[in-house]
Design a protein around this ligand. Structure first.
Ligand code: FAD
Length: 311
């Protein structure tokens, strides 16, 4: 039994999401190879080779793979798939872009966003925005799986790296898609998906100016990433990529501070696995208090500036 794990990277850095997905792969059992598909991604392959429990790293580089377009990467994965029973990736933007295409090309179902491995063919995954947990058995010869990485801790690195097999990718891709550009938000704050602390703001903030004046100073004092509810994002108080929840990012930091967020199930679906949840809300009946470890009933416009001063 062999598993192919697709590395999550930007050609220079291996994301911590890969080490978490590797933990899930290890629970399935069998030899694990990591595929690094990209361009000039040698440092990524070296980092992947140092992860504990990896048999070998396949580094495939070429122009067509430089931006990890789903069409090109999925063709590569399918060409390797005969050697593997399981193809697995973190349920990141890339993983969710590439793996459904792999599943379709292999004519198998995809098992999406697993949170637990029960047996090599049996998995648990949240459904209905996390309100129910489904246990499913996958009978396909090749299993295509994405992993909700918040549920798995990253595996450790080792001092004896696995071998790296480098292959040049000569293909030019099918030409079904082309890379236009990356619109990345620049900033010194930690990335939301891997942050240890997140301070999130909701509709209560009332405007972008107030969001920035009240949430950001506290986040910066804590060295935290900034999150937002969908209501705050839809109202333009916070950018899209800060959204936490069912249709945003799934996070599980050590500390999640929800400020002026009611606690709708779609928001909880994205943050309820956080280790410690702090809620600040002026309505003591707000549902967020039902899952909060610490709740403070108060006005965020009083509490947060005071909290910042105390910090
Ligand atoms: P509200 O529900 O309006 O809550 C605002 C809270 O602020 C209230 O509890 C209020 O008491 C409190 N408040 C007001 N003023 C103050 C003050 N001065 N001080 C302290 N507290 C104050 N939502 C997400 O967040 N993420 C998602 O990914 C997501 N996906 C969705 C997908 C679908 C298909 C659907 C239907 C909905 C989705 N939603 C999502 C929306 C979700 O249902 C809620 O509408 C949203 O989360 C509400 O955001 P909120 O808590 O900021 O706003």
């Amino acid at each position: 039994m062999a598993i192919l794990l697709i590395a999550e990277h930007d050609n220079s850095t291996l994301s911590d999401q890969t080490a978490r997905a590797l933990n899930a792969a290890g629970r399935i059992g069998g030899e694990i190879d990591i595929l690094v598909a990209g361009k000039a991604a040698g440092s990524v392959a070296e980092a992947a080779a140092r992860l504990h429990g990896v048999r070998r790293v396949l580094l495939v580089e070429g122009d067509a793979l430089a931006h990890q377009l789903a069409e090109n990467v999925s063709d590569l994965i399918v060409s390797l798939s005969a050697n593997y029973d399981t193809i697995i990736a973190a349920a990141t933007t890339n993983g969710k872009n590439i793996l459904p295409r792999v599943a379709a090309l292999l004519d198998v179902m995809q098992v999406s966003e697993i949170i637990e491995v029960v047996a090599p063919d049996t998995f648990r995954r949240p459904i209905y925005a996390g309100n129910a947990i489904q246990t499913l058995q996958a009978l396909d010869a090749t299993k295509v799986i994405t992993v909700r990485t918040a549920s798995f801790s990253p595996v450790e690195s080792t001092n004896s790296p696995a071998p790296i097999e480098t292959t040049a990718h000569a293909g030019t891709g099918r030409g079904l898609s082309s890379f236009i550009g990356n619109a990345l938000s620049a900033g010194d704050r930690p990335e939301l998906s891997s942050a240890k602390i997140i301070v999130s703001g909701g509709r209560a903030l009332g405007s972008r100016e107030k969001f920035e004046a009240v949430i950001l100073p506290v986040a910066d004092k804590l060295g935290a990433a900034v999150g937002a509810s969908r209501a705050a994002v839809d109202a333009g108080y916070a950018p899209n990529d800060w959204q936490v929840g069912q249709t945003g990012k799934i996070v599980a930091p050590d500390l999640y501070v929800a400020c002026g967020i009611s606690g709708a199930i779609q928001h909880l679906a994205g943050m309820k696995d956080s280790r410690v949840i702090v809620a600040i809300n002026k309505d003591e009946e707000a549902p967020i208090f039902q899952i909060a470890d610490y709740g403070l009933v108060g006005d965020i416009f009083d509490v947060l500036p005071e909290l910042e001063r105390q910090l």
